[in-house]
Design a protein around this ligand. Structure first.
Ligand code: SAH
Length: 305
């Protein structure tokens, strides 16, 4: 069977999230510190008022993992109707433990059309990318057959990059962000450059280590850097800003100190997590935060500068 690379990636990741515990393979921000979700819950509370408190409060999260970020958010936000976009049955069961009463959907299209705030941390990076390689005769698109790459002439028009260049195009992420922007306000946190760049960013993590993305599909988490500049072309956005600037503006260090003083047994873990989330050589600078909102919307918290 020959499969276009993005179709391969979609299938491999669906199998991976259905069967594996991703949090054995990588650590995400909400898993490191409860403060991460609490700050975003406080952000959403302010933003809901900025939207004019348009009816019953509705929070939507895409790719909620174990559901801990939403549980932390709700403590700061207060009661809300919670919708989760998740297609792994295993993770849905895990999420139900942390957020009883949530409502699950396979796609954003299935979520009822009402004003909402949507949040997604490390979700867009898991969506499938198409990969193109520039050869002497023009652009080729990558397919997968029998565990190796095969190239066929590309049907997509791409910039005239030097021979050997690789371009990744995330059509699924663009469609998702466009739809989120149409429905309300969205906050996307993920890793990727500020400017679109050539080069291959697809990576696979199996058992906590880098692995061949094509080997044993379904046993590794396959991700690609998020091309924020490409997403900014399909929706009205604020940012992206670096994660450290965003979290610091929202009060990461104050909230961490407050909790550390109240809970000395958690103090060291909380302080280390705050460092890791903001240090440029850790997650502070490669991770970006970008919001989508209606055109003309005033500056959102964390994006004022
Ligand atoms: N946001 C969580 C989990 C990140 S892992 C955290 O920060 O800890 C990626 C999440 O996205 C998982 O919950 C995975 O099951 C989900 N996911 C990946 N691809 C998806 C898709 N196409 N549709 C819905 N959910 C998806």
């Amino acid at each position: 069977m020959m499969e276009r690379f993005d179709h391969f990636m979609a299938r491999a990741n669906a199998a991976y999230y259905a069967a594996r515990d991703p949090f054995k393979d990588f650590a995400t921000a909400p898993e490191m510190s409860q403060v991460f979700g609490e700050l975003i819950g406080g952000w959403a509370k302010v933003v809901w008022e900025m939207m004019g408190a348009p009816g019953p409060k509705m929070l939507v999260e895409a790719g909620p993992g174990r559901g801990v970020m939403m549980a932390d958010m709700l403590r700061a936000f207060g009661p809300a109707e919670v919708h989760f976009i998740e297609n792994s049955p295993r993770l849905r069961a895990e999420q139900a433990k942390h957020v009883p009463g949530a409502i699950w959907h396979d796609t954003l299209a299935d979520v009822p059309e009402r004003p909402m705030i949507l949040i997604a941390n490390e979700f867009l990076d898991a969506l499938p990318v198409r990969q193109f390689v520039r050869r002497e005769d023009g652009w080729m698109e990558r397919y997968v057959e029998g565990g190796t790459y095969v190239e066929l002439p590309a049907e997509k028009k791409l910039p005239d990059d030097p021979v050997g260049s690789v371009r990744e195009v995330n059509e699924a992420a663009a469609a998702f962000v466009r739809e989120a922007a149409r429905r309300g306000v969205g906050l996307f946190i993920d890793y990727g450059p500020e400017q679109s760049a050539t080069g291959e960013s697809v990576q696979a993590i199996r058992d906590g280590k880098y692995a061949d993305p094509l080997a044993e599909p379904g046993t590794a988490d396959i991700t690609a850097h998020v091309d924020f500049a490409a997403l900014a072309r399909v929706a009205n956005v604020q940012g992206p800003v670096k994660q450290n600037a965003f979290l610091t503006a929202l009060g990461l260090f104050q909230r961490t100190d407050f909790l550390a003083q109240k809970n000395p047994e958690k103090a060291e873990k909380l302080r280390l997590a705050a460092q890791r989330l903001t240090a440029p050589e850790a997650m502070g600078s490669l991770f970006k935060v970008m919001a989508v909102c209606p055109p003309g919307f005033p500056p959102l918290p964390g994006f004022e500068a």
